[in-house]
Design a protein around this ligand. Structure first.
Ligand SMILES: Nc1ncnc2c1ncn2[C@@H]1O[C@H](COP(=O)(O)OP(=O)(O)OP(=O)(O)O)[C@@H](O)[C@H]1O
Ligand SMILES: [Mg+2]
Length: 342
């Protein structure tokens, strides 16, 4: 029996008109997230991860005049299927911060500096759950305890600037979790934190997921985190999906040369990078091309050691390589044929 995904995204594209031309930040992106599972989007800076999540949440700045195309199917808590992209703004507002929550890399973007932590969480539950002030504050306290903030009763009355970075991140998670979301979008939620705190926050998110059954869209450039926390992985390059697969097969046998490059440079796999300990996670030669001047063919071709003339001719299609795997590389189907013949 196949499970209906919590969210299905189909052919999502987001472009921005700029003085220099149209910036195609996200092009034809499709993926899904199962109930209670985590789908990770991974890719280097500028690959379109944040634009994807902000498009889904309908939080792109109005001034950007984004052109959005594609469709989504989000299954609400009540069992209705809605398209986040075409929902009326009023309905979207009632989903956001409620069934649909988002946490950002920088907690100060979602915390208001002039209100206490308790007031902010309480306001959200008052708005979405209709609790009165006292009940909402009691709920806020429970949320702070849930995310393991020490001396929660005292912290409730403090302002965001009085907390450490790790504590602020926990408060942001408490705020996101306050209305019991069915889908949490986490955009680089721990990148700014040191490694120990990062591990604690990721563990916390995992525990909350196990307890609540929420789905998570996890956005990161850190493949180590993906290996431990994702069920399914979407690899993005220059705005497009170049590979998608369940986490184990992706790590065991990456198919796209970009994914192979990313994995080869993971700490602990240094032998695959010529023996040298990689200084950076992304030690793939060259740079991603500008979204204003993409190459005519495969966007990764200028950096790919396996490129052939045909790669420069046309953008390769995303093809199914196994029942639950896809890759966007013209060489991949040929490699499978060769492997079968051998
Ligand atoms: N409002 C905008 N106007 C024009 N271009 C934009 C706008 N917002 C984003 N972009 C461009 O879209 C592309 C994708 O940006 P995005 O922020 O999604 O990258 P990212 O994968 O999240 O990167 P990072 O890992 O650095 O967070 C970039 O080239 C960026 O410059
Ligand atoms: Mg980003």
């Amino acid at each position: 029996m196949t499970t209906t995904p919590r969210l299905t995204v189909k052919n999502l594209s987001t472009s921005f008109p700029t003085e220099d031309g149209l910036v195609r930040s996200v092009a034809d992106v499709s993926f899904s997230i199962l109930p209670g599972k985590t789908t990770a989007i991974v890719g280097e800076s500028g690959s379109g991860k944040s634009v994807t999540s902000l498009t889904l949440m309908r939080l792109l700045p109005k001034t950007a005049n984004a052109q959005v195309d594609g469709s989504t199917a989000f299954v609400t808590r009540e069992g209705n299927t809605v398209d986040l992209l075409s929902l009326a703004e009023r309905e979207m507002r009632s989903l956001r911060g409620n069934q649909l929550a988002m946490i950002f890399q920088e907690p100060m973007t979602s915390l208001n500096p002039v209100f206490t932590i308790g007031e902010q969480i309480a306001e959200s539950v008052r708005l979405h759950k209709g609790l009165d002030r006292k009940a909402a504050l009691a709920h806020a306290l429970r949320m702070l305890e849930l995310v393991e903030i020490p001396a929660a009763a005292r912290r409730l009355h403090e302002y965001p600037h009085q907390l450490s970075g790790g504590m602020r991140q926990r408060v942001m998670i408490a705020l996101a979790m306050a209305c019991d979301p069915t889908l949490l979008i986490a955009d680089e939620p721990t990148t700014a934190l040191d490694v120990t705190i990062q591990a604690q926050i990721l563990e916390l998110m995992r525990r909350l997921q196990a307890e609540t059954g929420m789905s998570i869209l996890f956005i990161t450039h850190n493949l180590g985190v993906v290996a431990h926390h994702a069920d399914d992985v979407v690899v993005m390059y220059a705005g497009r999906v170049v590979e998608s697969a369940p986490v184990r097969p992706l790590f065991a046998s990456p198919e796209h040369p970009y994914t192979q490059g990313l994995l080869a440079c993971l700490p602990g796999k240094a032998h695959l990078c010529g023996g040298a300990k990689p200084k950076r996670l992304f030690a793939i030669r060259g740079q991603m091309s500008s979204p204003l001047a993409p190459p005519p063919g495969c966007a990764f071709e200028p950096r790919c050691d396996h490129a052939v003339e045909a790669c420069r001719q046309a953008i390769p299609p995303l093809v199914e390589t196994h029942p639950d795997r896809q890759a966007r590389c013209i060489r991949v189907p040929a490699m499978h044929t060769l492997a079968r013949a051998a």
